[in-house]
Design a protein around this ligand. Structure first.
Ligand SMILES: [Zn+2]
Ligand SMILES: [Zn+2]
Length: 128
C-alpha cells in the first residue's frame, strides 16, 4: 500500500510516489497539479464566481437596487458617522461596539479606547 501525503499546492492527498517536481511552483506536487488540472479547476471556479446566475426576470432596476444595497453595506462597514457641528466623527468599534469620537484630520485614536482594536481607515470622507 502506498503512503498518501497532502499536496503542498492544493492540499489533496495523493500517493507519495506520484508526486513530481513542478517547475513553476518549485514544489513536489500531486498529479493533478502537475498536469495543470488543479489550475483549470481553479479558473473554472473563478469564472463561475464572476458570472453569478441571475434569477429570471432580472432587469436594470434590480441591478440598480443591488448596487445600491452593496453601497449601503460598504457604508455600514466604515462604521463612521459625522458628529454635526464638529470636525469629528463617531466611530463604532467593530469588535466591542463601543462608540467613541474619532478625529479624521489627526487620524486619532488609532485604536479603540475600550478594547484596543485597530480603528479601520476612514477611506471615503463624504459624510454629511
Ligand atoms: Zn496538488
Ligand atoms: Zn473596541
Amino acid at each position: 500500500m502506498s503512503i498518501k501525503v497532502p499536496c503542498k499546492n492544493c492540499g489533496v492527498l495523493a500517493p507519495a510516489e506520484d508526486f513530481k517536481l513542478h517547475h513553476k511552483y518549485r514544489l513536489m506536487v500531486c498529479p493533478n497539479c502537475y498536469t495543470g488540472k488543479t489550475e483549470q479547476l481553479k479558473q473554472k471556479a473563478a469564472a463561475q464566481e464572476k458570472a453569478p446566475t441571475r434569477p429570471p426576470g432580472w432587469d436594470k432596476e434590480d441591478e440598480y437596487l443591488e448596487r445600491l444595497s452593496v453601497m449601503r453595506r460598504q457604508e455600514n462597514q466604515s462604521q463612521f458617522s459625522k458628529i454635526s457641528g464638529t470636525d469629528l466623527v463617531k466611530c463604532a468599534c467593530s469588535n466591542c461596539k463601543y462608540a467613541f469620537k474619532y478625529d479624521p484630520s489627526k487620524k486619532q485614536p488609532k485604536t479603540c479606547p475600550y478594547c484596543d482594536a485597530p480603528v479601520p481607515k476612514l477611506r471615503t470622507y463624504n459624510l454629511v
